[in-house]
Design a binder for this molecule. Structure first.
Ligand code: ZN
Length: 232
């Protein structure tokens, strides 16, 4: 959405908590008690992501977080088929995650790509919505066309680690004309083992990107890895 349009869109949203409808400060999507009650991720780095790739997140994919994620990714109502309350909550989370990165600001923000067939079926790429919102909120360059998903891989749900890695290996290609871009943020909604992000980071490295930080709204807690990753 273009910036003036987005401003108008935000004016239409009342300054109330998206979860409990209490008044909130302008620009906040959740009130302080609802925000404090969110499950936070306390775990290790994603096991299938190379140690050189930093991964930051805002929340743990369980409880209220998975409910918001479902509303965001599978919207039933709202403007143009999207859910504005869920979008504003997720936008706050991706910004919060990005503020945890240790290194310098990136030259480019890139969403994890969906295969064209899945994009057509879904109508939008949740990761691209988050990457776009993040780049506007932080004044960073954003390009959703850099990564291309060349294989339409089956869902990672129900696969063990080895199968996940194999499933997404070689699934991405990055555009050749990255013009000396070396530092990027790779945005996704949920990271589980990190296998998808690892495959995307590998494709970027092949084009000369030396530093990739994965910025995600939620991480799946270990015990639910295999069972609860959302179907992309
Ligand atoms: Zn609230």
């Amino acid at each position: 959405m273009r910036a003036p349009l987005r401003g108008l869109f935000e004016l239409l949203l009342p300054a109330i908590c998206a979860a409990c409808a209490q008044a909130v400060e302008p620009g906040r999507s959740l009130c302080a008690p609802c925000d404090r009650a969110l499950p936070r991720f306390r775990g290790e780095a994603p096991p299938l992501l190379p140690a050189s790739v930093e991964c930051v997140t805002a929340t743990s994919y369980e409880g209220a977080v998975s409910d918001w994620m479902r509303r965001f990714k599978y919207p039933k109502r709202g403007f143009a088929g999207l859910d504005p309350a869920a979008q504003s909550v997720l936008r706050a989370w991706i910004l919060e995650a990005a503020e945890r990165t240790a290194g310098e600001r990136p030259e480019l923000v890139i969403p994890v790509a969906l295969h064209a067939r899945r994009l057509r079926a879904r109508g939008f790429n949740p990761a691209a919505l988050l990457a776009g919102a993040l780049s506007r909120d932080m004044g960073l360059r954003h390009d959703p066309t850099v990564l291309i998903r060349i294989r339409d891989t089956p869902s990672q749900t129900g696969l063990d680690r080895r199968a996940r890695r194999r499933n997404v290996e070689g699934a991405f290609r990055a555009r050749e004309d990255l013009d000396g871009i070396t530092r990027v943020w790779l945005v996704d909604d949920v990271v589980t083992t990190g296998s998808t992000a690892a495959a995307a980071a590998h494709a970027l490295a092949e084009r000369g990107v030396r530093s990739v930080t994965v910025v995600c709204a939620a991480r799946t807690p270990l015990q639910t890895h295999e069972a609860e990753e959302p179907i992309l």
